[in-house]
Design a protein around this ligand. Structure first.
Ligand SMILES: [Zn+2]
Length: 256
């Protein structure tokens, strides 16, 4: 088994390569580029350079797409814009050599079943475009932390089952949503996949689920790492306020 640890965040275009070098020296082997507020790596040349550096430092890259995505909006223009944002991430991700584009699929609206069907249809449409344009990252809708937001474990596993997309299992979100990590049950649903893309950090939660991410306690790392399968390639991205330190704590826990 291999587990690669790394933070959410690569820094600005100018710092990205030196940050990758720092991560590498610390022993981290993954990094998720946060396009959550904007797709800020704009030049193809920059993206290619950053991608090459990541390869040189042995760091696997993924992308987190902008928060402003709702593939189940009633407003067609919003769906169109959401699709474009995801595709733009896939284009930049191709330049970077990123392996996944993680995104929050959308909201339930009136009808949960309809939401599922709409989001599934949009993912299939985006995948057709990805194929046509020869983009290389795979789509990875994420398990979401609030009970009123689309993206429970069943929905995400069904999406990957029915569209062939990838997925992001956010165990902090799962804890917030279900009040338990449900490791066995969750991992069973993704048992057939060789690669697992995981988000993990501390989380503050209440009745409705996620409130905010917080530092990742060692005992939480122990719970996660004690429950992950031994025969898979796993990437764990930490999204706490101190994602580098927390990734290192994960790595230390893992290396015992
Ligand atoms: Zn996310």
């Amino acid at each position: 088994m291999s587990i690669k640890f790394g933070p959410a965040g690569i820094g600005g275009v100018k710092e990205a390569i030196s940050n990758l070098e720092i991560y590498h020296k610390l022993g981290l082997k993954a990094c998720e580029i946060a396009f959550t507020y904007s797709i800020y790596i704009r030049e193809k040349e920059d993206a290619i350079k950053i991608g090459k550096a990541a390869k040189r430092f042995g760091i696997i890259l993924s992308i987190h797409a902008p928060y402003w995505i709702n593939l189940n909006s009633e407003d067609k223009e919003k769906v169109e814009k959401s699709r474009e944002r995801i595709l733009k991430c896939c284009e930049v991700g191709t330049w970077l050599g990123a392996y996944r584009v993680v995104f929050h699929p959308g909201y339930y609206g009136e009808d949960r079943k309809k939401a599922y069907e709409n989001i599934k249809r949009e993912i299939l449409t985006i995948q057709e475009e990805i194929k046509k344009r020869k983009y290389t990252p795979k789509l990875a809708p994420e398990t979401m932390g609030r009970v009123n937001v689309f993206g429970n474990v069943d929905e995400i596993s069904k999406l990957s089952e029915e569209t062939g997309c990838d997925f992001c299992i956010d165990f902090a979100h799962i804890l917030a949503r279900y009040k338990s990590y449900n490791f066995e049950e969750v991992l069973k649903k993704f048992a057939k996949y060789k690669k697992l893309h995981i988000h993990f950090s501390g989380i503050e939660h209440g009745e409705k689920g996620e409130k905010y991410h917080k530092e990742t306690a060692r005992k939480e790392w122990e719970k996660l790492l004690g429950n992950l399968p031994k025969n898979k390639e796993i990437v764990i991205i930490n999204e706490s306020p101190t994602p580098i330190e927390d990734s290192l704590e994960g790595l230390r826990t893992y290396s015992g």
